[in-house]
Design a protein. Structure first.
Length: 566
């Protein structure tokens, strides 16, 4: 007869030995594994290793005995539960919550394991958070702009093609808008890329506020943005473009600087202006350049004639190199009027290009190209000499000795021998230097250059005054106005347009006039086209004005009748 008590003792010893072996096996697995490990029974955590605790930030007391789903984000709980209980050979991902509240992504693999007499699950995990974030960032940047977070050109083109397919099926239309920041490069070069980047972010936010939730805004390059208005006709496109123009009449306050930044917008419509995404983008771009030529902070719809007028920039640059030799350039002169009396008090010299094949080429087309190369220096020297010769001609005819303004670029002032060049031309042409006025737009780009600062004072001592052109359209710091010997500010025409009706333009212009007078500077407004605009500027106390209302620019021989003594 078998002794039952003896058999029970043998079975207990065998079970104890198995448990010891299993425990030793578990300890060996934990010791030799670089992965985090936790053991669970139907989700309840039974044991964890130190690597798992280090990964997640919890203590052993905080996790053992709790359900693993307590540490899983809500949206991932159902999937994680199924993966943990399946015990398949496939690895799976877990999105958990660390003790500090941040997410952690774990790559896990689960298998059955004997533990204290029961079959439970042992799970090996690796922290793949950084690699997953890198993958997601790479995937995100393939279709988005890193700076603004907006869709990039690739995603915009994809959405545009889908929208065109929809429009074709529904027999509807859509609009593509091409928006470019006016004068952004000058601001970026002057204040640095940090301010430039912050400005682009705020610029994109203003654009975003001008469109609907179903419209698509993208950044396709440095300072160029596109907008897709799906299922939209010309009227709504016009409303959005007008809203954009108004949005950029208020300045940006950036890093202690007040910056006026406007945008020029071109618009093309599907299917009338193109039946492919490429043609719509190209035509919207063409319309944008025409809007920029017309005046800053405006918009234009694409017209077929625009393509006929546009030509390759490379070809234009080559043509510029020979334009002076061929004597293609000539100067026109526009009167500057003292608003209180209507008297002509000065003139501005404006360059024109009569191309032998293309006809009259606008300065808006060729000056930006010249400024990007050294051609602006050659053109600038030609303008200076031609203008001084015209002053001498008028002197010899006994006409009134009015001041003549000419435009200088920052590149011209940065020449080390610029004063010698100006002095040589003034001496050679035998003019009174007090009749010469130099207008500069990019004074901010020169404000840290001590040699330029010295040059300005030398010009003042010679009797040549320096004025600021296009004031209000870019970096607007008044510090350099106090530092440099400036005589007059010219308010950009974008703020003069409809000033008798536009409240925002009124506020900006009034502020500039009051500030200028407070600094002892005179103010001239350009682009005056109506009597109402002139009257309102007089009401604000503006000193001088010029524009089509008074006279269009004319050649020297045609304008001189206005200069005779009465």
């Amino acid at each position: 007869m078998v002794n039952k008590n003896n058999d029970d003792r043998i079975e207990q010893v065998d079970r104890s030995k198995v448990r010891e072996e299993v425990q030793l096996q578990l300890e060996e697995i934990i010791k030799n594994s670089s992965d985090g490990i936790f053991i669970h029974d139907q989700g309840t955590i039974l044991e964890v290793d130190q690597t798992f605790l280090t990964m997640t930030g919890y203590t052993e007391e905080e996790v053992v005995g709790r359900n693993f789903l307590d540490f899983i984000t809500d949206e991932h709980q159902e999937k994680t539960k199924n993966d943990l209980l399946s015990l398949s050979d496939d690895s799976f991902e877990i999105t958990g919550i660390k003790r500090d509240g941040t997410d952690i992504i774990l790559r896990a693999k689960s298998s059955s394991f004997p533990y204290q007499g029961e079959d439970v699950a042992i799970v090996f995990v690796q922290n793949v958070t950084q690699s997953k974030q890198k993958e997601e960032k790479i995937s995100y940047l393939a279709y988005h702009d890193e700076l603004t977070g907006l869709p990039n050109r690739t995603l915009f083109n994809h959405r545009l093609n889908l929208a065109m397919t929809y429009a074709q099926l529904k027999n509807s239309s859509l609009a593509v808008m091409f928006c470019d920041c006016d004068g952004f490069k000058k601001i970026n070069d002057t204040l640095g890329h940090k301010v430039g980047d912050l400005l682009l972010i705020e610029f994109s936010k203003r654009l975003k506020n001008c469109i609907g939730e179903h419209d698509a805004l993208s950044r396709i390059s440095g300072d160029e943005f596109t907008i897709l208005l799906s299922d939209t006709g010309k009227e709504r496109a016009k409303e959005v473009a007008t809203k954009i123009s108004h949005a950029f009449t208020e300045p940006f306050e950036m890093e202690g600087h007040t910056i006026y930044l406007t945008t020029s917008t071109g618009i093309s419509l599907y299917p009338s202006d193109g039946e492919s995404g490429e043609s719509l983008m190209k035509n919207a771009d063409t319309a944008m350049y025409q809007a920029k030529r017309k005046g800053k902070n405006g918009y234009m719809f694409y017209e077929t004639e625009m393509s006929h007028k546009s030509f390759n920039h490379f070809t234009l640059e080559n043509e510029l190199r020979t334009a002076i030799e061929r004597e293609d350039f000539f100067l026109c002169y526009q009167p500057q009027i003292y608003l209180k009396t209507g008297e002509i008090v000065g003139l501005e010299a404006l360059i024109r290009w009569e191309h032998p094949e293309l006809g009259l080429v606008s300065p808006a087309d060729f000056i930006p190209i010249a400024e990007k190369s050294e051609l602006i220096l050659l053109i600038g020297e030609w303008v200076l000499k031609t203008a001084c010769l015209q002053i001498r001609t008028w002197q010899e005819k006994g006409l009134r000795p009015l001041k003549l303004s000419i435009n200088f670029s920052a590149k011209q002032f940065q020449q080390p021998d610029i004063i010698n060049k100006i002095n040589h031309v003034v001496t050679e042409t035998k003019i009174d230097p007090q009749q010469l006025v130099i207008e500069v737009t990019e004074l901010a780009a020169l404000s840290d250059d001590e040699e330029v600062f010295s040059a300005f004072h030398t010009l003042l001592n010679m009797g040549i005054k320096v004025n600021i052109d296009d004031f209000g359209t870019g970096y607007c710091s008044f510090d350099y106005l106090k530092r440099f010997p400036i005589s007059k500010l010219k308010i950009d025409k974008s703020f003069i347009r409809n000033i008798d009706r536009d409240k925002e333009n009124q506020a900006i212009t009034e502020a500039i006039i009051n500030m200028s007078h407070g600094l002892g500077l005179r103010v001239i407004a350009e682009g005056i086209e109506t009597a109402e605009e002139m009257d309102y500027l007089k009401k604000l106390g503006c000193d001088e004005g010029q524009g089509f209302y008074f006279s269009r620019p004319k050649r020297g021989g045609d304008i001189q009748e206005k200069l005779r003594y009465e």
